[in-house]
Design a protein around this ligand. Structure first.
Ligand SMILES: [Zn+2]
Length: 287
């Protein structure tokens, strides 16, 4: 294993097929649940390698699969919030967003008792310059860090010009660092090479890019700063029935799905992994 000056974080957005924003061509039945099998496969793999990671879980999943959440926490992973039902924050008001965070807290308490949750990732990376008020609501509700600002423009979301590393978003302009900012932002991994940004954080890139290229991007980032990747339960269960999607979404969703486990095994051997909260503590951002 090469030595790097920073540790890496793997994060998992724990949602089911029926929560996804992907447009289905056919009908998806709520009964076709992937979340339990996929999450257990992820937990098994992490246990095998002895790593801990961060799980952004939907409140609906906490309610529907309490055993899964208990296992996660028992095995030392970080439980973080992905909202209640995968409604993007773009569609919320400060009042409904606050109510949703409180419902999440109550739901978690119903399973785990009083339990600290300090990290948030919005469904579909839906915090940007149009709804920066969401950062205030998160801080008011006890959150310490956010992972919702995607620092480049892609099809559905993005905030071009936002930092690719850790920073405290300014309330006046969330692309700017403000030492007095109330929350720390931990954006998903973007490689920046000679001023050009390449998203490498998501499962799609892990699946679509050849491993040596993907790894080179991560090696490069880790020389300078920690990074966080993200993956969904549906991406680690290649035997599941494929959802009827249009050609573009079908490609994005299913390309190289059968390579994911082998690639994860490799990455789990190559880097030193921990939770996002531990990295923020290590790097002095949560004092
Ligand atoms: Zn999600």
């Amino acid at each position: 294993m090469p030595r790097f000056p920073h540790r890496a974080a793997f994060s998992f957005d724990i949602e089911d097929w029926h929560h996804s924003e992907i447009n289905k061509v056919g009908e998806v039945h709520a009964s076709e649940s992937i979340v339990e099998r996929g999450t257990n496969a992820i937990l098994d793999l992490l246990a095998k390698h002895g790593w801990r990671s961060t799980f952004f879980v939907l409140g609906d999943v906490v309610r529907e699969h309490p055993e899964l959440i208990r296992r996660m926490v028992r095995e030392g992973h970080e439980l973080a919030c992905h909202g209640m039902s995968h409604r993007p924050v773009w569609r919320a008001t400060p009042e409904t967003f606050r109510a949703e965070l409180r419902e999440f807290r109550t739901t978690v308490e119903g399973v785990l008792g009083d339990f600290p949750v300090t990290g948030f990732r919005a469904p579909t990376f839906s915090i940007d310059r149009s709804n920066a008020w969401a950062l205030d609501v998160l801080a008011d509700e006890g959150y310490r860090y956010d992972s919702s600002i995607f620092p480049m423009k892609v099809k559905m979301y993005g905030t071009p010009g936002a930092p690719v590393g850790l920073y405290r978003p300014s309330r006046a302009d969330l692309r700017k660092h403000d030492p007095a900012g109330r929350l720390v932002e931990f954006p998903v991994a973007i490689a920046e090479v000679m001023g050009v940004r390449f998203p490498v954080g998501g499962g799609f890139y892990l699946r679509a890019l050849p491993l040596p290229l993907f790894r080179a991007g991560l090696d490069f980032i880790l020389q300078h700063r920690p990074f966080v990747l993200y993956l969904h339960p549906r991406e680690v269960t290649p035997e599941s029935r494929r959802m009827p999607l249009d050609p573009v979404n079908g490609f994005i969703t299913y390309v190289n799905l059968d390579t994911v486990i082998a690639k994860l095994e490799h990455l789990f051997q190559r880097y030193e992994w921990t939770t996002m909260r531990d990295i923020l503590n290590d790097e002095g951002w949560l004092r």
